[in-house]
Design a protein around this ligand. Sequence first.
Ligand code: NAD
Length: 449
Amino acid sequence: MAQGNLDLYSQFVTSAPGSFIAGKVGLPQPEQLRRHEVGQPALHGPVLIGGEGRLVEPVREMLQGDYEIAGADAEGKFAGLVFDATGIRSPEELKALFEFFNPVVRRVARSGRIVVLGTTPEETGAVDERIAQRALEGFTRSLGKEMKRGATVQLVYVSADADTGASGLESTLRFILSGKSAYVDGQVFTVGAGAASAPASWDRPLEGKVAVVTGAARGIGAEIAAVLSRDGAHVICCDIPAAGESLAATANKVGGTSLPLDVTAADAAEVLAQHVKDRHDGTVDILVHNAGITRDKTLAGMDAARWDSVMAVNLIAPERITAELAEKGVLGEGSRVVGVSSMAGIAGNRGQTNYAASKAGVIGFVDGASTELASKKVTVNAVAPGFIETQMTAAIPFATREAGRRMNSMQQGGLPVDVAEAIAYFASPASSAVTGNVIRVCGQSLLGA
Ligand code: NAD
């Protein structure tokens, strides 16, 4: 088994003697997660589809080209289970979940995928139906915690008004039913009513698109640039001028452009606008606000500079740059804005009142801007990473680092590529019905919701 993606502890417990010892003393034994590989099938094995809602047949039709669909009498392991729960209209009918999953849940393969499809509870008619649809959240989050060996469970709420072809759902299903969502677990996605068109190629969905990634010199930002470029986009890589050398290295690696830019500069949006006018057609299709900093200190000991700098980079800059580019028409119709929040913004973190406020603010930004820009068909979503293996987390003291790394359903940290894949999914032209989402890339962290 390739050991490349595993931390030292995981390498030890997946070795033959290590696994023996870990099994004896009950240590966590993290699975080597199966991640997306170009040219490989999305899932290795059949997908069983069940349920009796409005989506089951369109989904079967949608998946049958690129997935192996299991027959009712299939034997062996399943790489995926998809259950359409949109037909469940009362608490009593929730029993259908038990009846479908109970006999087959043990047959889910390593890194298998489970998806439950529901109707957005706020859009349901009767109280009974709203209760039943809301209940799906408790079911999927718990099943996520029960599944082992890298298997994930997600809930997708699809608008009650979505057309029955459900094309708006396709990009979400393809993301979930693949190695691209290796470190996304126990999440609730919402898909709106709009139809979406499939890209010419699902392998290069961003062909011809211009993307801007801030904080691209290193870490997660450099990986976002790489994945967007893999998917076909031309990436304008931005970072502070002091990071110029590594920024140029990222840009070279991904065949993009490097643009030294401090996102907090008063003219940041203007510089970006001028750059895309000079080099492209004057518009940006994808804007990823990844640049972020921490300046930790408990509140009593915090100086104003720590508060101000974190707010300026993490929250004020994304809001201002988005608003200015939208106003100038640089964020054209149908463009994609993606923010980077954090688990700290959901659960809070000691010593991070400034950082957690800024990252919770990013969630508010997603809520507000997705509504405000909906008339221009601009989508606004965010990822909220949990423990990701980067220089930032390598600097955390050992005991805290080990706790953060293991306290999730996957018993390991995620990789920058896991965050980047979620961003690429939001960025896809096929995700036009996906807006206002904050998806945690945290292996279903035990901290937070
Ligand atoms: P990192 O420190 O490795 O990279 C951040 C990049 O942003 C750096 O290259 C830095 O130079 C750049 N940057 C900082 N200030 C800037 C400014 N004013 N203008 C332009 N660029 C600027 O961090 P990372 O771990 O790759 O994190 C990337 C994002 O993910 C951040 O928003 C961070 O808060 C978030 N995040 C990371 C983790 C994790 O576990 N690593 C967890 C949750 C959230």
